[in-house]
Structures are given as structure tokens and as C-alpha cells.
Design a protein around this ligand. Structure first.
Ligand SMILES: Cc1ncc(C[n+]2csc(CCOP(=O)(O)OP(=O)(O)O)c2C)c(N)n1
Ligand SMILES: [Mg+2]
Length: 1008
């Protein structure tokens, strides 16, 4: 690096001026286009030779048409030609001829000029590609932001490096024509090599490192080059500088204030990256100017309070009162307000005088988990507002350097960025790159040069910037906002900064980073540096600066005084996206049945191709024909049940969005919601969108192969509006665990922690089909274990118990055994007066099982979801005589009924289906138990004993019978793997537990 700077000193010292003169001819520079504008103006004798390319251009123009150049040029070129022997002209290049350093007709010279130009072009390109590697990015000056002190050999870091290109020191003052792929010339088309290097260095190796040459779109590269290469482009007015200073004051003094008042509190302060606040505000200003009126943000712990205070403009007293240990919570919520709750605020943007809504999403500790959630929420807002290209709504994501590099969900989120049903039309990512993650150095924390390399996969430009240069930061933020507006693509701002204190304010960083922290202690604060700069430039006076500081300090002090009066914390004040729906007006749910005509109409659409000249696959024609047969007979299979639910909700103006891997067709090829023309590529048809003229839109979208990212996205989408049914389907239920963080941190606990309702639906294919340990289990036990209903408490059944219970729970877990019940539960999800996550274990073999069909009657007007399906067969005629009552859920029911029939036990054994497992239908189970007074109570499941539903159901059944009757188990033995991969073992296990289920003396013997 030092050699590089030394060279630049040499370059600058020697100044510009013509590098060579030759042949007694002097040429002056002429702009802009020599062929058209100079030919009649300048003459060879008036012209100083500073540009061989210029003369080349003139020469080619003359060759094409002698009249296009000035007559003196005409004479000049004629003379040269007449002095050459025939045949030589074609060999000769005018620049070689005119330079005069060699004989005008030397082919060697021609070649040299071409080679030197190529070398200079290559050099320019080298800076564009690799300049960021030597940019001065680290404010501390001790680390290299790309983790590599190697200086690329093709950057001119010392005079002898010129030899890399076959150039020599003497070439520094030679002028070269600039390629169209650079803007360093400004208005010049040629520059001396010395100037070329200086300008490249200024553009690419200063406090901004621009990483963009991996982008495979020329127009986008040109756009960026223009933004960073144009001489003098990074200039600011005095007013802009003053605004920047004022924002920096607020950011800095806010942290100082907290540190003074609550010196022993953790706050994950922003010290060392105070510039984040002006950076965000610049992005918001520029975006607002471009028409954005809603910004949805996600961020981690670092600087969160500062962002709430100075970007979102949360009342300071509301923030300060959170530090009071005596503050009482007025409502539910786990109380981790300071670091995790979100915020929503509508205000006027002062710079643009336009309205803007800013929301910061609530987030868990799990770094980066909020990324896809923010994207989903932003997408939903765009969708519902008809903001087709993200011109109104945008998202900003903030990241820590270690988390951005380390967390896989970042990659998953990037991969959604340009998918039609998931794009938010460009996200601005801001990385607070303090070059440390808790106690871990970057070189131990990542294998990539920069923490931002993940963004390269989507061709997002990355602007690395030294955070101690606030103007450079402001500039890249402005460019980032303009980039998003121009191209609707993601962009990354890498704020290379430092962390002045430990991970939190209580941590001692010297334990692990002694040298870095010695330097940090010596490091002058950015506010001091910048205010000194502006004072010395005369932009502000010392007095003005001090007044601005005092003004903000007083704001903080006043808020501090009024915060003392806050005795109660209202978590509802911290909602990131409040719904207008508000509290439920009544705790009831209407029936979820449908008119026969509606069923018929949806059924017909589902079984036809309602568009002309559309060739579908013959196999699909067969499927549609058999659907049509079912509809004619008033019957439903699983796919039709789903169609009825979606179609009827669309009719009522409810947007339905189904997302997940291969959901359009359905993993098991049963759904076929998107028809594909077999003859015309990309011609598709979604019948569900053509049911009624004034229906809501239906979105069905195959997702990228991600669970964490996509489930997070859909959760965010579902947050935006209560009037939408948003479903995520796992390819197989067991894959949900790669999205476990979203399930644990948001879905199961989100409402409890953040007072935020969400009606997302998870469809998890589940069932033991002898297919082996993979793909068999959606792990019902995990969902049930996290259900919050008390196993030991027998509830009171007042009011509408079903709805009240749903209101009180954290999520609903169901396993439907019939298509009609599946349809009902989906409809109930929307007809409920509140929103609650719904987990549905969906079948595989039942999709086509002839017994697993429903009749239109099961969906008729007045019908509703059955939480429990009693036995309506022979056993129901004399329940007193029933000897065994088997409770089960899902597909095992069909195995049980078949076995019971074979064993002729239909009067002796009643089989009850628990369709809603959680919250547990205590009322209905109690009724069944009381009806079958003398029956043994058995829980039967096909899953292993340590998995499935048993551990959830058993204590609740015991509570129902007040522990007075035993609960027996019929199912697979405990096992580590969810299922066997051996077909015969699978069948043996099945036979064994069926025997247990129907051996009516088996449990008695065990009792004896
Ligand atoms: C998924 C996850 N793993 C681990 C942690 C614990 N943790 C909290 S902060 C932190 C370091 C984060 O470093 P970085 O992303 O660079 O942010 P910084 O604190 O430096 O601003 C870690 C490991 C976490 N919060 N989330
Ligand atoms: Mg960090």
C-alpha cells in the first residue's frame, strides 16, 4: 500500500501537459468528436499532439471521405500517402505515422501503439475489478477488509508495476484514448496515463471500494462506473453537509446519553458505526424522493435503539422508560421490548416533504432470521397496494458482518430476490461491518474475502465504504437508493467500521482483541473528525456545532424526565404492522359450509380447461375427467376439498397464496393448480383465478428449494393482512425442521412475545407408508410439545368453548381424515374472528384413497369443521356395550376400520377420530368417554411411541377421566428413526399394533 501511495505522489508531482511531440507537428486536444466537429475547425498546425487516437479518428474519417476533414488535414494526409509506397497504406496506422518517434511507415510502431492502448484499457479494467482490494476501508487502518494483504499484481502500486503491462515510466505522460467502459475522462476522451492512474485510484482505491464487475449486465456496470468514476461526482453542498453533521450528532449523542444514564445496562450500542443513522436516513430520503412511501426494515441488536429513536422516530421517553426495572407491563408479551420489539410510524420526510411510513420488524435473537420475514411483509404490502414494481414499498435489511457471512438464511433470502412471486424489487442491505463477531475475528469467522460475498450470487453490487468518512457513506447510500430505483435489484452497503466497546457494554474486548482495542482507544470519534472538517471548511462554526449538540442533549434530558412518569409499558405501542381488524368483537365462528351451487361451480372449474385451444397432457385430462365424475356424483377427493376451500374464500374476497416446493402441481401430483399448454412454451393457465369476475386473486407459486427462507417469507406475507389465507407446504413434512427457527421463534411464540397475530397455515405431508425413515414423519410430537394448553387442567366449557380455546392457544394442530374436514378447517381459519397459526398434517396415500372421500353433503350450508369425528357405525347404536374405545387421528383410522371389519368387531369397538389435536377438544372427548362408560380407552397411532401424538394425548385423556381409567397404547414401539426402511418390517409392525388394538383381552391380562 505504501508503495502505491508513493507512486501517486510521483504521479501528482509531475503534473500533466503534453507527453511527446513529434514530426514537427503539434496537435491540440479537440473535443468532443473529432470526426464531426473538429475536422473543419482545427488544423494540424494548430493542434498539439496529445492524442494519437484523435489523429487516428481524423485519419479514418479522411479515409472514408476526404471532405469531412479540414483542408489542411486533407493536405496533410495526402502528403503522407504520396510519400508511401503502394500497398503500405493498409499496413500503416496514422497514429504511428504521426507520432514521429519512429519512421512514419514502421509497422512495429503501429503495433506498439495498439499494444499500449490495450495495456491501458486492461489497466483500467483491473482497477474496476480489483481496485476495492486496495481501497482504504478500515478506519482503524490495521485490518484489510478483504482479509488479504496481497496487493493485486495488475494494480499500479509502484513504478515498476508498469512493466506488468509492457509500459514504462516514460509512458506516464503519453495520452491514451479512453475506452467507452470508463467515465474517468469526464468530458475528455483521452488522458495521459499519469492522470488515468490518478483518477482510477481516486475512484476505486479511496474510502469507497466498489465491487461490481462480476455483474453480467453491461448497462448496470456502466451505470455504476458512471456513478463512481465521473470526476468530482462525490461533492456535497454545504446544506447537505450540515444535515449530515446534525444526523451524526443525534446518533452519537444518543448513545452517549444512554451510556451516561444507564452505564451498567446492555444496549448493544452503535459506537464505532454512528454513521449508520445518517446512512439509513440518506437511503430513506433518496427513496422517498423517488416515490417510495413505505419502508419495511429488519435489523439485529446493534444500534437498534438508535434506529428506533433517530430513524423511525419513536418517542424517546418510550425508549428510555424501558430501562426502568419497575416498569410494569400493561398487556401480554414477554417484555423484551428494547432489543426485539418492532415499531411502526407514519410521518413526513423532512427532506422531501412527503409522507412516509417506516416499520421496523420485531425480531428474535436469532440473527438474520428476520430477513425473509421482512421480505414477505414487503412483498405483501406491494401486492395489496398494486405496487407492481416496488415503486411505493421497499425493504431495508441491516446485518452484522459475522452473521451476514455465517447464517445460511441470508443466502436463502437472496435467492428469493428475483423470483416473480417473491421479489420485492430490490432490497438495500446495510452491513454494520465492525470486523468482529462477539469475540471472533473475521479470519476465523468466514472463508470468503468479504462478509458480503454472498450477495454476489444475485449480481448485487457491493459498496464497501470506510465508515469514518461520512460523506463517502452518504454518497454510496444515495447511489444504492438510485440503483434500486433504476434496476429494482438488491444492493449491499458494507459499512466498514469498528466496535468501540465489547459485544455489549459489559463485555471486556481486551481479553480477545488486545491490539485492535488499543487502536480503538486511540481512535478519534467520527463526530469529532467530521465536525473539525466542516469547521475548517467553514461550513459550520464551532458555536453552531456546539449549539446543535446542546439542542439534542436537551431533547434527551427532557424525554428522560418525562420517562420517569411512565409506570406502565404498553407493548401494543410497539407493533410493527398493526391491523385495522383489532380485537375480536365476538368469540364465535360461523358455520363453514357452502351452497351447493358454489360447490358445483368450483368443482366444474377444477375439472375442466376453461380456455380454448389449450392442450393439456393426456394424463392430466384423465385426472380432470375423474374429478368431473366425482363432482357429478357430489363427491370430493382431497384435491377437490382444497379447491372448494380456496375457491370459496376467493369468492369472498380473501386472497389465497399457496407457496412451497412444487406446490403448483403438488408433490404427489394431485393438485394441478397450474395447467401447462403442451404445445406452447410457458403458456399456463390457473383456473382458480377464473372462478368469478370479482373474486380475489389466487397466488400459487413453486418456491426455491428452501424451507427457512420461504417459510419466513410466507410468515411475513401473512403478517401484512388478516384478509388472506397464506399457506406454506413442505415437500414432505420432515423438511420443516430446516425452518425450525421460524417455527420456534416466530410461529409458536410470536404472538406471546410480540402481541402479533398471524394466521399462516403449514401443510405438512405426514404418514408412515413404508417408505423409510425419511419423508415419513412431520414430527407431530414437536408441534404438540410446544402447544401451550395445560394437560392437567380440565377447562370449563362456557360460551363458545371451541372458539375461546382457539383464541387462548398459541397455534392449532390438526390432522384431518376427510377432504370435507380439510376444507372446513381452511375456511374456519379465515372465518374466525382472530388469526392463529394452523399446522395441518396432510396425507399422502389418502390423497387417492377411495374411502377417504367426502360428499358434498359434508360441506353443505350449515356444516362446520369437526374437531372430533365420533363413530357413527354399529357401535353407536348401543355405546354402553362397546368394549373398547379407540382414539386415533389421521390415516390410521382407515387401517383400523378395515381391521375391525375383518375381525367382526364393529359393535364392540368404537373408533373416534381426533381431527383437531391441539387445542385438545376436552369437551367432545369427555362426551365420548361418558357415552362409552364401560369401554377400555386406547390411543392408537402408527407412529413410534416416543413420537406422534401419544405423549400429548395421554395426559389430557387422563385429565378427562380424572385419572380414574387407564389409557392404553396401541402403536409402534419407541424408536430413534421415525420409520423403518424395510417394507416387511413395516408391515409386521403394522400387524402387531393392529393386533394390540383389537385384542380385547390384551390389556386386561396386563392389568391382572
Ligand atoms: C443464530 C444466532 N447464533 C448465535 C447468536 C449469538 N450472537 C449474538 S451476537 C453474535 C455476534 C454477532 O456478530 P455480528 O453479526 O458481526 O454483529 P455485531 O455484534 O458485531 O454487531 C452472536 C454470535 C445469535 N444471536 N444468533
Ligand atoms: Mg460484527
Amino acid at each position: 500500500m505504501s508503495q502505491f501511495r508513493a507512486l501517486l505522489g510521483v504521479l501528482r508531482a509531475s503534473g500533466g501537459g503534453p507527453l511527446w511531440r513529434g514530426g514537427g507537428v503539434t496537435l491540440t486536444r479537440c473535443r468532443p468528436h473529432p470526426r464531426r466537429e473538429c475536422s473543419s475547425e482545427a488544423t494540424p498546425s494548430q493542434t498539439v499532439i496529445s492524442s494519437s487516437s484523435y489523429v487516428e479518428d481524423m485519419y479514418f474519417a479522411w479515409l472514408e471521405d476526404h471532405k469531412t476533414v479540414h483542408e489542411s488535414w486533407d493536405t496533410f494526409f495526402r502528403n503522407i500517402h504520396s510519400s508511401s509506397t503502394p500497398g503500405e497504406e493498409a499496413e500503416r496506422r496514422p497514429s504511428a505515422l504521426l507520432q514521429g518517434r519512429v519512421a512514419p511507415h514502421s509497422p512495429d510502431m503501429t503495433q506498439k501503439v495498439v499494444e499500449d492502448h490495450l495495456a491501458v484499457h486492461t489497466l483500467i479494467r483491473a482497477y474496476q475489478i480489483r481496485g476495492h482490494h486496495v481501497a482504504q476501508l478500515d478506519p482503524l487502518g490495521i485490518l484489510v477488509a478483504d482479509l488479504d494483504s496481497f496487493v493485486p499484481s495488475d494494480l499500479i502500486t509502484s513504478i515498476d508495476k508498469l512493466a506488468f503491462y509492457g509500459l514504462h515510466e516514460s509512458d506516464l505522460d503519453r495520452s491514451f484514448r479512453l475506452p467507452h467502459t470508463t467515465f474517468i475522462g469526464g468530458g475528455e476522451t483521452t488522458l495521459p496515463l499519469r492522470e488515468v492512474i490518478q483518477r482510477l485510484e481516486a475512484s476505486y482505491c479511496g474510502h469507497v471500494g466498489v465491487e461490481f464487475m462480476f455483474i453480467n449486465n453491461v448497462a448496470q456496470c456502466q451505470w455504476i462506473r458512471q456513478k463512481f468514476e465521473t470526476p468530482g461526482i462525490m461533492r456535497f453542498t454545504s446544506a447537505e453537509k450540515r444535515t449530515l453533521l446534525a444526523r451524526l450528532i443525534r446518533s452519537t449523542r444518543f448513545e452517549d446519553f444512554l451510556a451516561r444514564k444507564w452505564s451498567s445496562e446492555k444496549r448493544f450500542g452503535l459506537e464505532g458505526c454512528e454513521v449508520l443513522i445518517p446512512a439509513l436516513k440518506t437511503i430513506i430520503d433518496s427513496s422517498s424522493a423517488a416515490g417510495i412511501d413505505s419502508v419495511i426494515m429488519g435489523m439485529p441488536h446493534r444500534g437498534r435503539l438508535n434506529v428506533l429513536a433517530n430513524v423511525i422516530h419513536k418517542d424517546l421517553n418510550q425508549i428510555f422508560c424501558q430501562f426502568d426495572p419497575k416498569l410494569e407491563a400493561a398487556d401480554e408479551g414477554s417484555g423484551d421490548v428494547k432489543y426485539h420489539l418492532g415499531m411502526y410510524h407514519e410521518r413526513i420526510n423532512r427532506e422531501t416533504d412527503k409522507n412516509i411510513t417506516l416499520s421496523l420488524m420485531a425480531n428474535p435473537s436469532h440473527l438474520e432470521a428476520v430477513d425473509p420475514v421482512v421480505q414477505g411483509k414487503a412483498k405483501a404490502e406491494q401486492f395489496y397496494r398494486g405496487d407492481m414494481f416496488g415503486k411505493k414499498v421497499m425493504s431495508i435489511l441491516m446485518h452484522g458482518d459475522a452473521a451476514f457471512a455465517g447464517q445460511g438464511v441470508v443466502y436463502e433470502t437472496f435467492h428469493l430476490s428475483e423470483l416473480p412471486s417473491y421479489t420485492t424489487y430490490g432490497t438495500i442491505h446495510v452491513v454494520v461491518n465492525n470486523q468482529i463477531g462477539f469475540t471472533t475475528d473475521p479470519r476465523m469467522a468466514r472463508s470468503s474475502p468479504y462478509p458480503t460475498d454472498v450477495a454476489r450470487v444475485v449480481n448485487a453490487p457491493i459498496f464497501h465504504v470506510n465508515a469514518d468518512n461520512p460523506e463517502a457513506v452518504m454518497y454510496v447510500c444515495r447511489v444504492a437508493a438510485e440503483w434500486r430505483n433504476a434496476f429494482n435489484k438488491d444492493v449491499v452497503i458494507d459499512l466498514v467500521c469498528y466496535r468501540r466497546f465489547g459485544h455489549n457494554e459489559m463485555d471486556e474486548p481486551m481479553f480477545t482483541q488486545p491490539l485492535m482495542y488499543k487502536q480503538i482507544q486511540r481512535q478519534e470519534h467520527v463526530l469529532k473528525k467530521y465536525s473539525d472538517k466542516l469547521i475548517s471548511e467553514g461550513v459550520v462554526t464551532l458555536q453552531e456545532f456546539e449549539e446543535e449538540v446542546a439542542k439534542y442533549d436537551k431533547i434527551c434530558e427532557d424525554a428522560y424526565s418525562s420517562a420517569k412518569d411512565e409506570k406502565i409499558s404498553h407493548i401494543r405501542h410497539w407493533l410493527d404492522s398493526p391491523w385495522t381488524k383489532g380485537e375480536p368483537k365476538s368469540m364465535t365462528c360461523p358455520p363453514t359450509g357452502l351452497d351447493e351451487e358454489v360447490l358445483q361451480h368450483i368443482g366444474k372449474t377444477a375439472s375442466s380447461v376453461p380456455v380454448k385451444d389449450f392442450d393439456i397432457h393426456p394424463g392430466l385430462s384423465r385426472i380432470l375427467r375423474s374429478r368431473a365424475d366425482l363432482v357429478r356424483n357430489g363427491q370430493l377427493d382431497w384435491a377437490l376439498g382444497e379447491y372448494m376451500a380456496f375457491g370459496s374464500l376467493l369468492k369472498d374476497g380473501i386472497h389465497v397464496r399457496l407457496s412451497g416446493q412444487d406446490v403448483e402441481r403438488g408433490t404427489f401430483s394431485h393438485r394441478h393448480h397450474v395447467l401447462h399448454d403442451q404445445k406452447l412454451d410457458k403458456r399456463t393457465y390457473v383456473p382458480m383465478n377464473h372462478l368469478w369476475t370479482d373474486q380475489a386473486p389466487y397466488t400459487v407459486c413453486n418456491s426455491s428449494l428452501s424451507e427457512y427462507g420461504v417459510l419466513g417469507f410466507e410468515l411475513g406475507f401473512a403478517m401484512a393482512s388478516p384478509n388472506a389465507l397464506v399457506l406454506w407446504e413442505a415437500q414432505f413434512g420432515d423438511f420443516h425442521n430446516t425452518a425450525q427457527c421460524i417455527i420456534d421463534q416466530f410461529i409458536s411464540s410470536g404472538q406471546a412475545k410480540w402481541v402479533r397475530q398471524n394466521g399462516i397455515v403449514l401443510l405438512l405431508p405426514h404418514g408412515m407408508e413404508g417408505m423409510g425413515p425419511e419423508h415419513s414423519s412431520a414430527r407431530p410430537e414437536r408441534f404438540l410439545q410446544m402447544s401451550k394448553d395445560d394437560p392437567d387442567h380440565f377447562p370449563e366449557f362456557g360460551g363458545d368453548f371451541e372458539v375461546q380455546q382457539l383464541y387462548d392457544c398459541n397455534w392449532i394442530v390438526v390432522n384431518c381424515s376427510t377432504p370435507a374436514n380439510y376444507c372446513h378447517v381452511l375456511r374456519r381459519q379465515i372465518l374466525l374472528p382472530f388469526r392463529k397459526p394452523l399446522i395441518i398434517f396432510t396425507p399422502k396415500s389418502l390423497l387417492r384413497h377411495p374411502d377417504a372421500r367426502s360428499s358434498f353433503k359434508d360441506l353443505a350450508k350449515g356444516t362446520r369443521f369437526k374437531r372430533l369425528i365420533p363413530d357413527e357405525g354399529p357401535s353407536s347404536h348401543s355405546p354402553d356395550r362397546v368394549r373398547r374405545l379407540i382414539f386415533c387421528t389421521g390415516k390410521v383410522y382407515y387401517k383400523l376400520t378395515k381391521e375391525r371389519k375383518q375381525q367382526n368387531l364393529e359393535k364392540d369397538v368404537a373408533i373416534i377420530r381426533l381431527e383437531q389435536i391441539s387445542p385438545f377438544p376436552f369437551d367432545l372427548v369427555k362426551a365420548e368417554v361418558e357415552k362409552h362408560k364401560s369401554a377400555e380407552l386406547v390411543w392408537c397411532q402408527e407412529e413410534h411411541k416416543n413420537t406422534g401424538y401419544y405423549n400429548y394425548v395421554r395426559p389430557r385423556l387422563l385429565t378427562v377421566v380424572a385419572n380414574k381409567r387407564p389409557i392404553w397404547y396401541a402403536g409402534r414401539e419407541p424408536a430413534a428413526a421415525p420409520a423403518t426402511g424395510n417394507k416387511s418390517t413395516h408391515l409386521n409392525e403394522l400387524k402387531k399394533f393392529m393386533d394390540t388394538a383389537f385384542n380385547l383381552s390384551g390389556f386386561r391380562e396386563r392389568n391382572d
